[in-house]
Design a binder for this molecule. Structure first.
Ligand SMILES: *[C@@H]1O[C@H](CO)[C@@H](O)[C@H](O)[C@H]1NC(C)=O
Ligand SMILES: *[C@@H]1O[C@H](CO)[C@@H](O)[C@H](O)[C@H]1NC(C)=O
Ligand SMILES: *[C@@H]1O[C@H](CO)[C@@H](O)[C@H](O)[C@H]1NC(C)=O
Length: 561
């Protein structure tokens, strides 16, 4: 499971701290020079465009987008959206946020591991740096295989940082190389021709001019070295190159100056553009390696594209829920079956049961039959007192589902774990998933008739303040809170079928608590078809007027479809 806390911390690092200068390519924006952000951004756009071009070619479709450094997020997203297995209704938002997650985690490396030579390939730490990259790469692939795209992106950003720093901090570019140094991402290749610890690599710069400070024999024999760096001590092995710059104490000692290409004003700033371009090419090589291991569709999901209509159910399995579980089974089965083999088939299904005090486990599968079997095995039991671990179950679903998923929560009780509200809220904002609560029972006529003798025992009406908690969360997410007597649950579940269609737009949503008599108007433009109005609440009375002012529907029910 992805820890939401970790994600939040990375974001803070990325936005609040000014990472110290002079340790790497500049992490975020920097006038005139190419930053880690731009390197990462460009490599992702170009590699993603290549993937979409190859998919289009395989399908015999045209792909006209030119793949160069002038690509934009929306151009790539649009070019990718024409593929038939991704919905054209996807906005570029998912792609944009995936790239943002990756480069913020990239930038965070400068803060979290500012003094770690291996993370920046300083101090000739090639072996240690390579270990970080290859083990990170394996972790990214494993995350993608498990569908944990958010944690995959965080690790990918960190790996990119170290990989990109190699091209700024080593003498790879000075040696005249024009291709990336592949052994950094492939553990099976030897790290050949490293300058050993006792081999001098640099001479002092001529004043501020460091353009010729690498020793001729190092260049001649193509020995690989990188600059030494320290904030506190000027000690470095005899004759070794330094990183260079004001903060680097080692660069004040003989041989003075440095070799980094972090920006255009660095010691080797004249090679900055080439180093940055090479870093883009190397990042693309890394992305290609991930793509080959995971396949095109999973790669596009890692990049926040190829969305997927994931359908997630969070179901209360305490004793009083037995009828509702049957209903949830019926609804999910009918959705699954009606979409099989059609373009609307959800790419994945998620199920999280919750009880008291347990919740989970999360089942996530692309296989509809496995999912049906799992739902079928749910039974209602236990849960003596009312409140259940609803928000814990929801949080598990939010963390395990890809962004922009549709999550449906079935319960008939208050949340015992309401202290999780702000965490759930943060996770909803982060994942942009939609959460709809199906609250059965609160006004259940049937139950009151059925169990009149034992009513105190069985009535589990949820207090208004607790319903408000569900309403708040649903509203933040763009979902709904639907309170229905059990008898009309099957009608209410039409919401699920509708909400899980891809091109759904919400025209207007108003929430009134307490309810007041008022007129609400909304505009329907010609691009809309099949408009559905949901009116939910405690027995609302409504009239629907046509544009000409004629009453077209009169109603007196909890839900109109
Ligand atoms: C990066 O790759 C492109 C395409 O393969 C190549 O034309 C370009 O020269 C490479 N850039 C560097 C700096 O090696
Ligand atoms: C709503 O509009 C109708 C028709 O214009 C009007 O008769 C009614 O008084 C209005 N109701 C409220 C609460 O404003
Ligand atoms: C609108 O609803 C009708 C009838 O339910 C259906 O046949 C049609 O496919 C729907 N159109 C769209 C665009 O969903």
């Amino acid at each position: 499971m992805v820890s939401p806390v970790v994600v939040a911390i990375f974001l803070l690092w990325g936005t609040l701290f000014q990472p110290p200068k002079a340790a790497a390519f500049k992490p975020l924006l920097q006038g005139g020079s190419v930053t880690h952000r731009e390197i990462t951004h460009m490599a992702i756009l170009r590699k993603t465009a290549e993937v979409c071009r190859d998919i289009a070619t395989a399908l015999g479709r045209d792909f006209t987008l030119a793949i160069n450094n002038r690509l934009t997020v929306s151009a790539v997203q649009q070019a990718c959206a024409t593929s038939p297995d991704s919905s054209s209704a996807i906005s570029s938002l998912g792609f944009y946020s995936a790239i943002t997650e990756i480069y913020l985690s990239n930038g965070a490396i400068d803060v979290a591991f500012f003094l770690s030579a291996a993370h920046h390939i300083d101090n000739e730490a090639f072996g240690e740096g390579r270990d970080l990259i290859t083990s990170g790469l394996a972790a990214v692939k494993a995350s993608v295989r498990q569908g944990s795209y958010i944690s995959g992106r965080i690790t990918l950003g960190a790996v990119c940082h170290t990989l990109q720093d190699f091209y700024s901090h080593s003498n790879w570019v000075e040696l005249g190389n024009t291709a990336p140094f592949s052994p950094l991402i492939r553990r099976e290749l030897p790290l050949n021709n490293l300058a050993d610890r006792s081999t001098p690599t640099c001479k002092s710069c001529t004043g501020k001019d460091c353009s010729d400070n690498i020793l001729p024999e190092i260049l001649l024999h193509k020995k690989l070295t990188s600059g030494y760096f320290s904030l506190v001590s000027s000690t470095k092995p005899v004759g070794k190159c330094s990183h260079g710059g004001l903060l680097d104490r080692t660069s004040y000692r003989d041989p003075t100056g440095g070799i980094n290409k972090d920006d255009i004003s660095s010691s080797h700033g004249f090679l900055h553009q080439r180093a940055a371009e090479m870093a883009i090419n190397a990042t693309m090589e890394l992305l290609q390696d991930i793509r080959l291991a995971t396949g095109n569709q999973a790669f596009l999901r890692l990049m926040g594209l190829s969305q997927t209509s994931v359908l997630a159910f969070v179901i209360d399995t305490t004793g009083s829920m037995s009828d509702d579980i049957e209903e949830a089974k019926r609804v999910s089965f009918s959705i699954i079956d009606s979409r099989r083999g059609t373009p609307k088939e959800p790419s994945e299904y998620i199920l999280v049961p919750f009880n008291d005090p347990d919740f989970g486990p999360l089942t996530r599968t692309a296989d509809a039959d496995i999912f049906k079997a799992r739902i079928n095995s749910l039974t209602a039991s236990g849960g003596g007192d009312f409140p259940e671990m609803c928000l814990s179950g929801l949080l598990l679903a939010l963390a395990g589902a890809p962004p922009s998923s549709d999550i449906f929560v079935f319960t008939d009780a208050s949340a015992k774990d309401r202290e999780l509200k702000s965490t759930v809220q943060a996770m909803i904002e982060r994942t942009k998933s939609t959460v709809t609560f199906m609250l059965t029972d609160p006004f259940s006529f049937r139950r009151r008739r059925d169990v009149s003798q034992s009513q105190q025992f069985n009535s589990r009406s949820i207090p208004q303040s607790d319903i408000q908690l569900y309403r708040d969360l649903a509203q933040i997410s763009g979902g709904q809170t639907i309170e229905v007597p059990r008898a009309t649950l099957s009608q209410a579940t039409a919401v699920i079928t509708d909400a899980s269609t891809s091109a759904l737009v919400t025209v207007l949503q108003v929430v009134r608590s307490p309810a007041i008599a008022e007129n609400v108007s909304f505009v329907l433009d010609p691009s809309l078809s099949n408009v559905t109005v949901y009116v939910t609440g405690d027995s609302p009375v409504f009239t629907l007027y046509s544009p000409t002012g004629e009453p077209t529907h009169l109603g007196h029910c909890v839900l109109m479809v």
